[in-house]
Design a protein. Structure first.
Ligand SMILES: Cc1cc2nc3c(=O)[nH]c(=O)nc-3n(C[C@H](O)[C@H](O)[C@H](O)COP(=O)(O)O)c2cc1C
Length: 190
């Protein structure tokens, strides 16, 4: 057996979560439009398209959320080692200072599945355009605190929709190795 290569397969296999981005390089309007078009092209049950995106390029707002998140994390009695390591960097941002954040939301009555398809389309389209992405789910805990809750309004999430994760998007400033994958998680019935 061998893996067959084409541009789509190669983009899927080359994608990594990117946590360092080239500063001062906003997404172009065409890049953003392409990412959104690819996201909205995702399949959804009964074509319900039960998703909503919030594109955030207001870096001041993102930094406010980041600082609130850091304060919340630092107030915890213990931190996972990865967070201890990340917080040693005085320039750390939970968003990794990406050019843009795309907040993926789902219709609360429909659940997250369709929106996850959309998100993966965005991520793979970004890879194919030479852009890097990272899913950012950890920050959502901040919005459940009294300090963080007001930001849900500022993010203009429509009534009835829930945030799932942000997608950090920008031009990569790192090229990490692939993280291990377990290729045995499959059953064949022949
Ligand atoms: C739903 C979801 C939430 C994630 N949240 C975070 C996050 O908050 N911060 C982070 O650095 N990476 C986050 N990640 C990235 C994962 O850590 C990453 O996908 C995984 O380690 C595999 O690495 P790879 O994406 O480079 O293949 C998230 C990924 C997913 C799918």
């Amino acid at each position: 057996m061998a893996i067959l290569h084409n541009p789509v397969v190669d983009a899927i296999l080359a994608r990594r979560s990117i946590r360092a981005f080239q500063p001062d390089r906003p997404l172009t309007a065409d890049e953003l439009e392409t990412l959104l078009a690819c996201g909205f092209a995702a399949p959804s049950g009964m074509n319900l398209q039960s998703w909503h995106l919030v594109v955030v390029q207001d870096q001041a707002l993102l930094e406010e959320i980041n600082q609130g998140f850091i304060a919340m994390v630092k107030s915890r009695p213990s931190l996972p080692p990865i967070m201890v390591e990340r917080l040693k960097n005085p320039n750390y941002s939970v968003f990794f200072r990406a050019s843009a954040e795309i907040l993926v939301c789902c219709d609360a009555t429909r659940g997250p599945t369709n929106s996850a398809h959309l998100a993966e389309n965005v991520v793979l389209a970004a890879q194919s355009l030479g852009l890097g992405t990272c899913f950012i789910g950890g920050v959502l805990d901040f919005f459940k605190t009294p300090e963080g809750a007001p930001y849900l309004k500022r993010l203009q999430i429509p009534e009835g929709f829930e945030p799932m994760y942000f997608l950090s998007v920008g031009v990569p400033a790192e090229s990490p190795d692939a993280r291990p994958r377990d290729l045995t998680k499959v059953t064949y019935i022949r």
